[in-house]
Design a protein around this ligand. Sequence first.
Ligand SMILES: [Mg+2]
Length: 182
Amino acid sequence: MNRPLLFLDVDGPLNPYAAKPERRPEGYTTLRVPRNDVPQEDRGFSPRRPLRVWLNPEHGPILLQLDFELCWATTWMDDANRWIAPVLGLPKLPFVDFGDLLLQERPDGVHWKTGPLVDYAGGRPFAWVDDEQSELDQAYVTAHHQGAGLLHHVNPRIGLRENDFHTLADFALSLGASRPTS
Ligand SMILES: [Mg+2]
């Protein structure tokens, strides 16, 4: 019933943007998104050229099989439903609306996503898949979040792999063991 949340970043875990540009990773497909439709941080210095996004269509079904409730946690926000979800075979998902905090660096070094994600979770257990968390974020979550919280880091040169999905499944399983079954 009350499954944990899985906060999903796009650029890094699902789109291994830092992989060698001349070689698309195996299993991935290429999506080209007009610059006007991409997050501010991805607009870069060539506003006329579409943004290249690599996505692996196998990732959607795997994510859906995990015992989580999926939620976008990305600068793409609702645009992830328009551009990313269809390629992965994901339904329209809820997303965290970062509002004015989008890309706003904090003086204490905690990632700008961390506070909004903890607030969104409201004490509900969550896993957060991203390529940008640090120990400061773990400390913030430990201090401000009541339930279990897994910050799972993914290398943006590699993206999500089988091992990552195992880690997420194990986390959900560890929570399920303490959940009432009736
Ligand atoms: Mg990222």
